[in-house]
Design a binder for this molecule. Structure first.
Ligand SMILES: Cc1cc2nc3c(=O)[nH]c(=O)nc-3n(C[C@H](O)[C@H](O)[C@H](O)COP(=O)(O)OP(=O)(O)OC[C@H]3O[C@@H](n4cnc5c(N)ncnc54)[C@H](O)[C@@H]3O)c2cc1C
Length: 370
């Protein structure tokens, strides 16, 4: 690209910090860098015309992990490690709420409910019998008992008679969270260039060379927050995992409020604006959904529609309004990868399905690596 003197001087000269990716991690990293270095020139590069990863596509659950998920974690982690994972989510949500404010993100606490399908008898009994032990284990995080048994007051069909509810869980408006983050970044004089994909980079020792489609420039330090898309820049560090979602048309007298999940968290739904947002089904085709390409498949969408009509809103007529997908970054381990890759290059990736809970803290820790 043939830049003018002005273009080069204003946008690409003397850049102190460059962040790749304008999701929740990249934007939080930029804000923390601004706090630490008030005079620095900071640039965020984003390949989409909007942030185009998971941060603008997700379901907006502010969650800490369902009881069945915590029991599964206890099989592969020690009790101490499991409590630490939950503590990180709790601290991360507190940080998100403090940074952006509950009104700005429309935080609402209606509880997070785990439902059990009729066929899940064993898991249901196990969760019931372990409930008080896990509440005791998590007491250092939440104080009093966090999981409670609640009757099926929303009249879902084909499920066990009770839910297990995490009383502290809540929900946010994902779009509001991201617009508020972008607003703060702009207020703090941080540059954002959209439709700008970083193709590669090279740490030259004193600075880092950043290669875009048609040009390159130098930056003091480079922070990579590309989550599910990281393979393109960093090789096989993170496995991409597509998640498909649908949202209904408004439903008259919708009586459901809260966040819900079932089938060990593979399906999740919530109310928003008199509608139901419903996602999941990745377990129907793990391999097929291991992709960085957006899109929907008939198999998963059909299953979502069936469960929507048979389990979630069996008593109402529902029409699907929109469908979309987002790309997560997952791996065998739940912990994100936060590390220095070379003298001047750092990454904060592999957020899994908990990016709202941990994204603000991971962004901060990424900035603190420098
Ligand atoms: C459908 C769905 C539902 C979810 N529901 C929840 C939920 O309810 N609660 C929860 O806590 N989490 C949820 N998640 C997970 C959560 O959204 C993610 O963990 C979180 O958004 C990850 O944030 P991030 O900033 O790491 O990555 P992303 O938001 O993916 O941001 C990475 C950014 O990098 C950009 N990028 C990638 N490569 C390049 C490049 N080479 N050059 C320039 N830019 C690049 C991408 O376009 C993207 O904008 C969900 C995810 C999905 C997909």
């Amino acid at each position: 690209m043939n830049l003018s003197y002005w273009e080069y001087k204003s946008w690409f000269s003397n850049v102190d910090f460059t962040i790749v990716g304008s999701g929740i991690v990249g934007l939080n990293c930029a804000l923390v860098l601004r706090e630490k270095y008030p005079k620095a020139k900071i640039l965020v590069l984003e390949k989409g015309i909007l942030p185009q990863g998971a941060s603008t596509k997700n379901a907006g659950f502010a969650c800490f992990g369902s009881l069945s998920e915590i029991l599964a974690d206890l099989e592969s982690h020690s009790e101490e490690e499991t409590v630490q994972l939950v503590q990180k989510r709790f601290d991360g949500i507190a940080l998100l709420r403090k940074n952006l404010g509950d009104t700005a993100i429309d935080f609402q606490n209606h509880g997070g409910h785990e439902l059990f399908l009729e066929k899940d008898e064993r898991l249901y009994s196990r969760c019931l019998s372990e409930l008080s032990r896990v509440n005791g284990l998590l007491a250092p995080v939440f104080g009093t008992g966090s999981f409670e048994i609640r009757e099926n007051k929303f009249r879902f069909k084909g499920i066990k008679e009770s839910y297990i509810t995490h009383i502290h869980e809540g929900q946010i408006d994902t779009g509001k969270m991201m617009t508020q983050l972008l607003r703060l970044v702009q207020q703090k004089n941080i540059g954002i260039l959209n439709a700008t994909e970083v193709k590669s980079f090279e740490d030259l020792g004193q600075e880092v060379s950043v290669h875009l489609e048609t040009m390159e420039f130098k930056t003091g330090r480079l922070f990579i927050a590309t989550n599910g898309f990281s393979e393109k820049l960093l090789g096989k560090t993170v496995v991409p995992a597509r998640a498909q979602v649908l949202i209904t048309q408004p439903i008259k007298k919708l009586h459901i409020s809260g966040t819900f999940h079932f089938d060990e968290g593979y399906y999740y739904f919530r109310n928003i604006d008199d509608r139901i947002l419903f996602g999941g089904g990745r377990n129907l085709d793990f391999k097929g959904e291991e992709t960085m390409d957006f899109g929907q498949t008939k198999r998963i969408q059909d299953q979502l529609e069936t469960l929507l009509r048979e389990v979630i809103v069996p008593h109402a007529v529902v029409e699907v309004d929109q469908r979309w997908s987002g790309i997560m970054g997952v791996g065998k381990q739940k912990k994100p990868i936060l590390k220095r890759l070379s003298d001047r290059v750092y990454c904060g990736i592999r957020l899994g399905g908990m990016g709202i809970a941990i994204g603000s803290s991971v962004g901060k820790e990424l900035a603190d690596l420098a």
